[in-house]
Design a protein around this ligand. Structure first.
Ligand SMILES: [Zn+2]
Length: 271
């Protein structure tokens, strides 16, 4: 198996996007890249057993930094990763590493970087100081600006490792078909029938719909007769659902939202 942490010349890249519907999977892959970047063992890197590799997995390596959404006073994660967090990382990268050959910055919540933060990251991504490595973890790379994406190597963690996605794909297809045809009752039926999905399945379903709609918006997939306005609305709706799931709103309620809001959006279109 080719080691995805390196390019064909065996050099580590300077910027990566790691995507997976499961945040833990994306972060695990990001940590592997961080290990490869600081490993002191023998190839193939990362060796996984040297002290540097062990420090990375324990989250205590002094040259590996994790950037995520800050918490508010109530201990809840804020909605966005803000520009100051990006600037802080970029300023830190100018300072030489402590013990490794380079520093590594893992953006755990990269899809929550607001556009200002993403724009501020452009230069940092293009030419990180002192050979630093930057890894952006996302559930859906479509949530990042194309200018950010074009500067990174994209790694999709689930592409090789998720045969169970098929059921999700099928569900997403059924949902989109009903929405595209504006079938109010069948949509309601669909939501009722699937209200028993697990949390994980529901999250994967929303991510899958979001990905497919993003593909439609970019012209990579047939839009099933839906216009841009409606597709935009669907992306926003999926983002809202995913945000709800993240704060533990139950699956049934999220389906309730799909039931009312997919239709409401169509009404706005003047039907
Ligand atoms: Zn190692």
């Amino acid at each position: 198996m080719q080691n995805i942490c390196f390019d064909h010349a065996g050099q580590i890249r300077h910027a990566y996007i790691v995507s997976s519907p499961v945040a833990e999977d994306a972060f695990a892959q990001a940590q592997r890249i961080a290990q490869a970047a600081v490993c002191q063992g023998r190839p193939p890197l990362p060796c996984g057993v040297c002290s540097a590799c062990k420090k990375v997995s324990a989250g205590v390596h002094p040259d590996v930094f994790v950037i995520e959404r800050l918490e508010n006073d109530a201990g809840k994660k804020k909605r966005e990763v803000v520009v100051d967090q990006v600037r802080e990382a970029a300023a830190d990268a100018v300072v030489l590493p402590n013990e490794a050959a380079r520093k590594v910055y893992l953006f755990k919540d990269a899809e929550f970087m607001n556009p200002e933060a993403q724009n501020a990251a452009l230069k940092f991504l293009e030419e990180p100081p002192n050979g630093a490595v930057i890894v952006l973890c996302v559930s859906n790379p479509g949530r990042l600006l194309s200018t950010v994406r074009s500067r990174c190597v994209e790694i999709n963690v689930t592409a090789e490792s998720a045969p169970e996605q098929d059921g999700t794909e099928q569900l997403a297809g059924e949902y989109l078909k009903k929405v595209a045809k504006r079938e109010r009752f069948p949509l309601w039926q669909f939501c009722e029938d699937n209200a028993g999905l697990s949390f994980q399945e529901m999250t994967e379903f929303c991510l899958c719909v979001e990905q497919r709609v993003t593909d439609m918006l970019c012209g990579r997939a047939d839009s099933m007769g839906m216009d841009r306005k409606q597709l935009d609305l669907l992306v926003k709706l999926m983002e809202k659902c995913i945000d709800y799931l993240k704060v533990n709103v139950n699956v049934k309620q999220v389906f309730g939202l799909l039931e009312t809001s997919s239709i409401a959006g169509m009404k706005q279109r003047g039907t």
